[in-house]
Design a protein around this ligand. Sequence first.
Ligand SMILES: Nc1nc2c(c(=O)[nH]1)N[C@H]1C(S)=C(S)[C@@H](COP(=O)(O)O)O[C@H]1N2
Ligand SMILES: [Mo]
Length: 258
Amino acid sequence: MILKPPRKTAFDGDAVVKEALRCLEQPARRQFLSRSLTLGGLSLLTGCAMTDEDSVEHALMKVSRFNDRVQGWLFDPDRLAPTYPESMITRPFPFNAYYGEDEIRQIDADSYRLEVTGMVADKRIWTLPELHAMPQTDQVTRHICVEGWSAIGKWGGVRFSDFLARVGADTSAKYVGFKCADDYYTSIDMPTALHPQTLLTLSYDGQLLPPKYGFPMKLRMPTKLGYKNPKHIQAIFVTNTYPGGYWEDQGYNWFGGS
Ligand SMILES: Nc1nc2c(c(=O)[nH]1)N[C@H]1C(S)=C(S)[C@@H](COP(=O)(O)O)O[C@H]1N2
Ligand SMILES: [Mo]
């Protein structure tokens, strides 16, 4: 057996528990694990020994995946996120990505193709005019980012459930995954994909979706935190294999309900 050299930084149990509680911030989680969580508790809960940072990392991931299941159980597919009057739209609406505004991806509308694969009857490539030809709807909802800001915006496009029906998606599958024109990727649970407010988004505030907000197409879900809403989507796939996500694979909670 290879022994790892001891870490130089002291292992801070309190900070770990704080981090675990931060991961469990949302109300659904609070009901399950109140403020009484301790390092020993975390260890009991996950069956992981808390001996070094890697094992703690592993335990926190387990808590987070456990939470995905809890949030999945608690998610009510019929409950609607609040909507707002247009007078409450935040102007200007904030931009956010894992890079700065100077690196916003510029996608060419004419050559844009959307690939739809996986557990769907009609695996094929879509063009932008084909997406625009589908029935459109819009909604004014609040976007909440874990970085500590929220803003109200107006998004328009195709109900994602209509799109999934059109491509003959197997709605008994667990996940819908997304690949974006930057290196971003994410995935969502099927009940959220079918939620009536989940929108394959083509417009922002009555205008063609601008590059900074994800031209030519993003997925907008008022029931999920900002990082679950992929911009510049190039590929959609339906799968039973857990696809993870850009931030999720770095420790953000996967379900990411808001
Ligand atoms: N392709 C892509 N989608 C993304 C991101 C990204 O970096 N790349 N960032 C996410 C995060 S963390 C947030 S808060 C929202 C920001 O969307 P906005 O620029 O429309 O406010 O996009 C999400 N979707
Ligand atoms: Mo975000």
